[in-house]
Design a protein. Structure first.
Length: 632
């Protein structure tokens, strides 16, 4: 029986033949080896998982293999087994954990198979006599304990070494080149007597204009876009936002994906600190994410920060709120989907804190919290139901009164200058990025022609390939020049808010939020940071929005249904000072899209809401310069 550690720590093609030779040299007279069992795996692996690896298939080991430790134990239980004893080079080759090694030894003894070690005395005794003396048992147990102590001490020292390595600012694992566009090159420092390399990050200028918005928190923290929405924005212009290239170039998708964006936004190394132990990659960890308190950080920044630590923390908080929530509007792509849930992802249960899912019942849409008994907290009913139209009714009146009607002139109009300034900054970044890509493309084309001049004599196939690549670069350069010319003529950036003059003339018509297209209502709810918390015990729903101006802050209580069984309470909170500018821009953009849609709708000329609750109905209208008033 043989074993080597993982193939990247030892060379099984050398270790296993050596173990076989040592065992053959100490065999008793007339004894021969009939079965060769070995594994290429860690000695600390649990017994149930031993022998299931495939590392031995990745190399040519000059020792025939009849199976692993699992196959050996299985054959030992058979009466017609091909062996009478098992021999190994040393007892630590069986396992590095004492209880695993003794269990294997005990199972073999129970079926009459003795376990020998080449570095211990080997005695051949008749059946019925004691196979080992007390001293031999003690010696073996000491060696098994020493084997476990050795690997445990080695792991402790290795862990401390990784911690010191990280605290000094050196990188562990793959650099960000595989994830970030343009990436982060590494500068190497030599250390140790053999000149081993230790790597630190050195950020290089990122070519995409998206970096200030995405990495520094604009798209994620201020706008709270999901990973897929950020990826879609980046994929809109791959020339100025080149997708990341993984270590294995064959796995490159050629575009941005949600997983690319997630890895960048969750990577704390962009804060300037070096971080280690973010994921449990060894043993049974399964590459899971470790708790943040187990991460090892460098005490001081080790490289230039691309995002400040506070923004990084707030981005992780956004991830907690948006976890498992689809950011795109419209119906789910599941083939059985038949309707759109307007408040999907915004409704939470007060009793358990979980997001409530939409569920139809006939023509009525409900939001239901129905947990299994083992996950249900004390006092939580088996199921909690609340109607979507009840929630939308109270929310519509509040949004019309506090956001569209009263606040549109008081608070939003003065902030149009802020929106325009933000658009101007984005436009300048976009133009600079276009010019940078255009200059790079021209340089690549010149280098191709220069390399062609150095080839003597030129190979016809190579000349043809260079010519094709040069033609591609020329076409790309012409496309970039057209984009740059069009951008210079356009007054808006790639994500402009719209024309401000629409704001001064608001010929709008009555609208209920449920009547808005989902691609308009969902961006509006996202911009207002809508959250609805429903308490099934009191039948009370608290709708909370966040606004960027104190002129829109207020509270309104709305009771609906004729039995007044449900209470919908709406409140508006003032945004954090750090987010007001970006949030104001996002809210203006969303509201402008809604108002522009209302301009094209025939009908009345006031912002209003129509609510139907059970058997009664009422209409609320809002004059252009006043707040909402009830009309019987």
């Amino acid at each position: 029986m043989g074993r080597t550690s993982t193939f990247d720590q030892q060379d099984p093609t050398l270790s296993l033949p050596r173990q076989l030779r040592v065992c053959q040299q100490v065999l008793p007279e007339h004894a021969v080896i009939t079965v060769h069992c070995y594994d290429v795996e860690s000695g600390r692996t649990a017994l149930a998982d031993r022998g299931q690896g495939i590392a031995h298939r990745q190399m040519e080991i000059p020792v025939p293999r009849d199976g692993g430790i699992g196959d050996l134990l299985q054959e030992a239980d058979c009466p017609d087994r091909r062996f009478d004893a098992v021999i190994c080079e040393s007892i630590d080759r069986i396992a590095r954990r004492t209880h695993v090694a003794t269990e294997i030894e005990y199972r073999l003894e129970q079926v009459g198979v003795v376990l020998w070690a080449a570095d211990e005395p080997i005695r051949v005794v008749d059946r019925g006599r004691r196979a080992r003396s007390a001293t031999e048992v003690l010696t073996r147990r000491v060696k098994q304990g020493v084997a476990e102590w050795y690997v445990t001490e080695l792991l402790e020292k290795s862990w401390a070494g990784f911690e010191t390595h990280t605290e000094q600012g050196y990188n562990v694992g793959s650099p960000a080149t595989a994830t970030a566009p343009g990436g982060c090159r590494t500068r190497c420092r030599r250390g140790g007597s053999r000149g081993s390399r230790r790597r630190c990050w050195r950020p290089i200028p990122l070519r995409g204009w998206w970096c200030p918005s995405a990495l520094r928190g604009g798209w994620r923290v201020a706008e709270e876009l999901c990973y897929r929405q950020i990826a879609d924005r980046l994929n809109a212009d791959l020339l100025t936002n080149p997708p990341p290239t993984p270590v294995d170039a064959g796995r490159a998708a050629g575009r941005w994906t949600a997983s690319n964006v997630r890895e960048i936004l969750m990577n704390p190394k962009y804060t300037g600190h070096m971080v280690w132990n973010r994921r449990a990659r060894k043993g049974t960890g399964g590459n899971r994410l470790n708790p943040a308190e187990e991460w090892v950080w460098s005490a001081a920044p080790a490289h230039e920060a691309l995002v400040d630590l506070e923004t990084f923390v707030r981005a992780q908080q956004v991830a907690e709120r948006r976890q498992r929530s689809r950011g795109a509007s419209g119906m789910n792509r599941h083939p059985s989907t038949r309707r759109v849930y307007r408040l999907r992802g915004y409704v939470f249960c007060v009793l358990c804190g979980r997001r409530i899912c939409g569920k139809p019942s006939g023509r009525i849409t409900y939001y239901v919290c129905a947990l299994k008994a083992e996950y249900r907290p004390a006092g939580h009913p088996p199921s909690i139901w609340v109607r979507e139209d009840v929630l939308l009714g109270g929310l519509t009146r509040f949004v019309c009164a506090q956001v569209f009607a009263g606040a549109r002139r008081r608070s939003l109009a003065p902030h149009m200058a802020v929106v325009e300034a933000e658009q101007g900054r984005e436009r300048q970044q976009w133009l600079a990025s276009l010019r940078s890509v255009l200059a790079d493309t021209a340089a690549w084309s010149r280098r191709l022609l220069h390399n062609l001049e150095l080839i003597a004599p030129p190979d016809p196939g190579l000349v043809r390939e260079i010519g094709e690549r040069h033609a591609e670069l020329q076409a790309q350069q012409e496309s970039l020049q057209e984009q740059l010319a069009a951008a210079l003529e356009d007054n808006q950036g790639p994500h402009g808010a719209g024309k401000p003059e629409l704001f001064s003339r608001l010929p709008v018509s009555p609208v209920h939020l449920s009547r808005l297209p989902d691609d308009l209502s969902r961006p509006l709810f996202d911009a207002l940071r809508l959250t609805i918390r429903y308490d099934g015990r009191t039948s009370e729903a608290v709708c909370r929005i966040v606004v960027a101006s104190d002129a829109a802050v207020g509270e309104a209580i709305d009771r609906v249904t004729e039995s007044e069984r449900h209470v919908v309470r709406c409140e508006a909170a003032l945004a954090d000072r750090r987010d007001r500018e970006a949030l104001q821009t996002q809210q203006v953009q969303a509201m402008m899209k809604v108002l522009t849609w209302l301009v094209g709708q025939p009908g009345e000329t006031a912002v209003g809401a129509h609510v139907t609750a059970s058997r009664s109905s009422r209409t609320l209208t809002a004059p252009v310069t006043g707040s909402c008033t009830a009309t019987p």
